[in-house]
Structures are given as structure tokens and as C-alpha cells.
Design a protein around this ligand. Structure first.
Ligand code: GLN
Length: 192
């Protein structure tokens, strides 16, 4: 299986390390050509304004939209913002997932926190959720399944071949979210 990680900015290296522990050597994507033949793509956390600008300069914006229309994509934090159909106060980027998000709604950098999340269909004990200037999903469409919530708000969501988390599993030693995404990719978007 060939998994790519958008590597323009942000926490891409940590995803690569986590995937390596699961036996997958991920490819870093910086150009539209880098998407060729991939079975899945991770949009990492970082800063979504910087990421969308860098993507647009390199012509990656359209390529990412086209890729995500049919192939598995997982957006983490800033990556979740890139995937959302509605972003409060700004134009959406890829507009792939039917949800509305408010950036930085969990507070500033210093208000970052770790919360135990119920793992739902991932199974096992509590899932550690690292929230860093996270976006809040204020609304999710009827075709979106919520995998986990925090304080009542959706923080892990899946819509067909698309996955989004407001928190950062790559910053914890818990591989369950990555393993789930790999299954989604192997099943070409059919829910594991
Ligand atoms: N606050 C960032 C943004 O709005 C996202 C933070 C993150 O990815 N940890 O783009």
C-alpha cells in the first residue's frame, strides 16, 4: 500500500514515524505528481493558512481536491480545516467533508490539553486526544459518522473514504487511529 503525507508544513514527520511502526513506509508529498498512485493521503496538523498558501503556490490545491474526491484522505487538526466544506470566516479549501468548523475554538496554544476519548469502533481503552489550537466541528452533515466526541462536540469523523480528527494521534504512542486509516485505505474507503 502506498500512503502519502502532505509535507509542506506542520507535523508530517511524526505521522511517518507512526506509520513506520505499523510497517508502512509513507511518502512525503510536495507536488501534484507526488499524489500519483497513492492509496491514501494524510493532511497533517500545523497551520492551515500557511498550508493552503503553500499548496496553492505549488498547484497542489486542485490536485488535492481531485485526489480526495475518490481516494482516502485523513485530515488532522489543520488538515481537518483543509477538508471542511464550511470554515467560519473564510473560504473553504478542499471542501471535501460535509462539516462546518470554527478555527482555534478550543483556545490558544497555552490552552492545549490532552483528553481521554471513548474509542468507539476503534475498540480498546481510552484514546489519548492531544488538542493544540484545535478547530471545533460545529456541525456535521447527515452522511458523516462521528467516531468520538469531546464535551459533546465531534472530534473524530468519517464520511465514506474521508477521515478527520481535531486532535493529534501522531503525537501519542497510540497507533489505533493510524491503523484505522490504513484499513480504510486498504478497503478503498469502505468503513472497517
Ligand atoms: N490552529 C491551527 C489552524 O487553524 C490548527 C492547529 C493544529 O493543527 N494543531 O490552522
Amino acid at each position: 500500500m502506498r500512503i502519502g503525507i502532505l509535507a509542506l508544513q506542520g507535523a508530517f514527520a511524526e505521522h511517518r514515524e507512526m506509520l513506520a511502526t505499523l510497517g508502512v513506509r509513507a511518502e512525503l508529498v510536495r507536488t501534484p505528481g507526488g499524489l500519483d498512485g497513492l492509496d491514501g493521503l494524510i493532511l497533517p496538523g500545523g497551520e492551515s493558512t500557511s498550508m493552503r498558501r503553500l499548496a496553492a503556490w505549488g498547484g497542489l490545491d486542485k490536485a488535492l481536491r481531485d485526489f480526495g474526491a475518490g481516494r482516502p484522505v485523513w485530515g488532522v487538526c489543520a488538515g481537518l480545516i483543509l477538508m471542511a466544506r464550511y470554515v467560519e470566516g473564510e473560504e473553504p479549501f478542499a471542501g471535501l467533508m460535509d462539516m462546518a468548523v470554527a478555527r482555534n475554538a478550543y483556545g490558544r496554544q497555552g490552552e492545549s490539553f490532552v483528553a481521554d476519548l471513548l474509542p468507539g469502533r476503534l475498540g480498546g481503552g481510552p484514546l489519548p486526544g492531544v488538542f493544540i489550537r484545535a478547530p471545533r466541528v460545529v456541525e456535521a452533515g447527515p452522511g458523516v459518522e462521528v467516531l468520538a466526541r469531546h464535551g459533546g462536540w465531534p472530534v473524530a469523523l468519517v464520511q465514506g473514504h474521508l477521515l478527520a480528527t481535531a486532535f493529534h494521534p501522531e503525537l501519542t504512542p497510540d497507533p489505533r487511529m493510524h491503523a484505522f486509516f490504513l484499513k480504510l485505505c486498504a478497503a478503498r474507503g469502505a468503513l472497517p
